[in-house]
Design a protein around this ligand. Structure first.
Ligand SMILES: Nc1nc2c(ncn2[C@@H]2O[C@H](COP(=O)(O)OP(=O)(O)OP(=O)(O)O)[C@@H](O)[C@H]2O)c(=O)[nH]1
Ligand SMILES: [Mg+2]
Length: 341
């Protein structure tokens, strides 16, 4: 697999590897790690500094692998590691059943074992719906961003709008978080950084009114993208979820002809609790995708597999850090490669 990104907004393998390092370290024990050791760089062995005997005898391109005895102790340790990444018990059970069937009590090349794990990861993600963020040229595209408090909604919106601007699109933000003091100001700062316009009303204004005004302006002035921020809310707070439903209703009423992405922002470090959030938010505002943030700070990046298996909602974007360019497309192949290669 190439280390280059497929598209500009994809990630490079190296960037992903470093962002996913905590999860990666949880999955891979030192036996699997050794698979990734590059062969000795023979180009550095010059005539002035002859290679030591032992290196000179080794063929330069032979990968360094290790023989692993896949006994019960090894399998239990692997199972434990996978559970700790939060990939979900159902996924772990299925994966371990396959690994047990094909590897139990064998002495295996670490490379072979890595490939088996990788294929298991691929097959989980392949069963999930397609992960590309929708954009329809020539129309106003609406991105409605929801989630519990502090998951990274406003930051992700800032990054996403910046990205759209880099692509030359006309972008409008809507400051739909009128609940928290300073939220609109925070979004306004992002709008300046990203170089996009913003619609905001006074503090405590009805978020539905903000969204209505933003749709009206975006239509009239031919924007390509309208990205709507909303207040963070706990999924078990009925009145706040009802408010969100109303806001979604405004979009449905006034923009039913337009392409819409309803995106749930999930903090990867919340693990399985994120799935519960997703279920409730999905009932209230028919989600079309997930933005999975803070993958850089967690060992629980396996949540990607739980989402793929249990939610039926694709992860579309991933947050790999706090910089403007740290919101990337989710590319399943590259993700697996970074996790275990
Ligand atoms: N490391 C890291 N930090 C992130 C990422 N995404 C967001 N953050 C940080 O998470 C914190 C909360 O981000 P916000 O964007 O304010 O979250 P929010 O969901 O809008 O919060 P509320 O509006 O209060 O619900 C900030 O400190 C962000 O910098 C990410 O991908 N990686
Ligand atoms: Mg916010």
């Amino acid at each position: 697999m190439s280390s280059e990104t497929k598209g500009f907004w994809g990630s490079t393998l190296n960037k992903l590897k470093s962002a996913l390092s905590k999860t990666k370290n949880t999955i891979a024990d030192e036996n699997l790690e050794i698979t990734h050791t590059e062969p000795s760089d023979q180009s550095q062995i010059t005539e002035e500094s002859p290679a030591p005997e032992s290196i000179a005898k080794e063929p330069a391109l032979k990968p360094v692998t290790k023989v692993i005895k896949v006994d019960e102790e090894y399998l239990e340790d692997l199972e434990d590691r996978l559970i700790r990444t939060d990939m979900g018990l159902a996924n772990v059970d299925k994966l371990m059943e396959h690994v047990r069937q094909s590897c139990r009590n064998k002495s295996m090349d670490s490379h072979e074992l890595t490939t088996i794990l990788k294929n298991e990861f691929f097959s989980i993600l392949n069963e999930a719906p397609k992960s590309e963020l929708k954009y329809t040229p020539g129309k106003l595209n609406i991105y409605f961003v929801v989630g519990v408090n502090g998951t990274g909604k406003t930051t992700s919106i800032g990054k996403l709008c910046w990205r759209f601007r880099q692509e030359g699109k006309r972008v409008l933000m809507a400051a739909g978080d009128t609940f928290r003091a300073a939220a609109e100001t925070q979004l306004e700062i992002w709008s300046q950084r990203a170089g996009v316009d913003i619609v905001r009303l006074e503090d405590k204004a009805d978020p539905g009114a903000v969204v209505f005004k933003a749709i009206e302006k975006a239509r009239k002035e031919n924007y390509d993208c309208l990205v709507i921020d909303t207040a963070g809310r706990l999924h078990n707070k009925t009145n706040l979820m009802a408010e969100l439903k109303k806001v979604r209703g405004v979009i449905d009423k006034h923009a039913s002809d337009l392409p819409l992405e309803a995106l749930l922002v999930l903090d990867a470090s919340t693990g399985q609790n994120g799935l519960q959030q997703a279920k409730v938010f999905s009932e209230v505002c028919s989600l079309s995708g997930v933005i999975l943030t803070k993958l850089d700070g967690t060992a629980k990046g396996g949540i990607v597999f739980s989402i793929a298996k249990d939610l039926g909602i694709p992860v579309k974007l991933i947050g790999l850090g706090e910089q403007m360019e740290d919101l990337r497309d989710f590319e399943p192949d590259l993700f697996v490669e970074a996790l275990i290669a």
